[in-house]
Design a protein around this ligand. Structure first.
Ligand code: 13P
Ligand code: SF4
Length: 319
């Protein structure tokens, strides 16, 4: 513990030295979230991370999360230096949506408005009319549907399917998924409900349809944390990355949070649902990048200018 405290102090000093601010996602480790909180940084969902980085005066943003979050920060803030603990931290949705294949898919369906999830590369965003995060996907698609627009959605088929069903919009889906959320099983959750009959079920919409169907609340990380605070229930079964428990416990102390099982047996599985790429963010590589300045995000100028348009649209829509 002493060693950790010394490490944290070292990082705090480095953040000041580098005029840097730490922007962390809810799925990163508790210690990184603590550090962000103690140093005036932010811990939030992907939409608020983008907004915070955009509004904060620091000349360096250190994004603890996965690569698309760093790229989004760079696209919005080309004048700032954007660092990440490791550039290796990617996302299965990003990997599963190759920019050239995606562009060809858009060409085949040029009558459709292209809406992409934030969990994509800069090149995919550059091809889009809209970028959305899970917290505003429903509102944006509803808005476009009202205007009579047909939609091409990528990459997460589960989030896209959920939005399609909830809005009734004409949505054509790309076939991508999150390797963490797609593992949640409805049967396991229902079995767990026998043990905790009063528990509310909180589900991130990257989960399969059968899991979303049995949810009491479906929402982005920030929306699920809000629900944990607002609902009268004392017990919650939570189907999203286990990193979220740090914030839930902090903001709703005294309540019990149970990990939704990723197998159909009803047996709880400690930290099965944890994104391997989020887990790459640690104190050591954070200190390293602040010292060395390697692991810097760069986005090609032409791509950046194109990707900025749908990203700005997202921020303006949700303002
Ligand atoms: P949120 O926008 O809900 O934070 O989700 C980001 C993400 O990667 C979920 O897996
Ligand atoms: Fe991507 Fe899933 Fe990891 Fe989120 S949890 S970063 S969607 S792989």
């Amino acid at each position: 513990a002493e060693e950790r405290t010394a490490f944290k102090e070292k990082i705090k000093a480095l953040l000041i030295r580098e005029n840097a601010v730490l922007v962390a996602h809810y799925y990163t480790s508790a210690i990184l979230q603590e550090l962000a909180e103690e140093t005036g940084g932010c811990v939030s969902d992907s939409l608020e991370m983008a907004r915070f980085g955009n509004e904060h005066p620091a000349s360096t943003l250190v994004v603890a999360g996965v690569k698309f979050m760093g790229e989004t920060a760079k696209i919005l803030n080309p004048e700032k230096r954007v660092l990440m603990p490791t550039l290796e931290a990617t996302c299965s949705l990003d990997i599963g949506c190759d920019a050239d294949e995606f562009s060809a898919f858009c060409d085949q369906h040029s009558d459709r408005t292209v809406v992409v999830y934030a969990n994509t590369s800069a090149a995919v965003k550059a091809r889009a009319d809209w970028v959305v995060t899970s917290s505003i996907a429903l509102d944006v698609v509803e808005h476009l549907d009202k205007q009579g627009e047909k939609i091409l959605w990528a990459p997460d088929k589960y989030l896209g399917g959920y939005v399609k069903k909830a809005t009734g919009a004409d949505v054509l889906l790309w076939d991508g998924s999150c390797i963490v959320h797609e593992e949640f099983k409805a049967k396991g959750i229902l079995d767990l409900k026998h043990l905790y009959p009063d528990a509310a079920v909180l589900v991130h919409p990257e989960s399969p349809e059968s899991v979303v169907d049995i949810a009491d609340v479906v929402g982005s990380t920030s929306q699920l944390i809000q629900a944990a605070q607002d609902m009268d229930n004392n017990e919650f079964i939570v189907a999203t990355d286990s990193g979220i428990f740090y914030k839930m416990q902090q903001l709703a102390p005294g309540k019990t949070f149970i990990e939704a099982p990723t197998a159909g047996t009803g047996a709880t599985c400690r930290s099965c649902a944890h994104c391997p790429w989020m887990a790459m963010n640690g104190l050591d590589n954070l200190a390293d990048v602040l010292e060395k300045g390697d692991q810097e995000i760069f986005v090609d100028d032409e791509l950046r200018e194109k990707a900025l348009i749908p990203l700005r649209r997202m921020l303006d829509f949700s303002a």
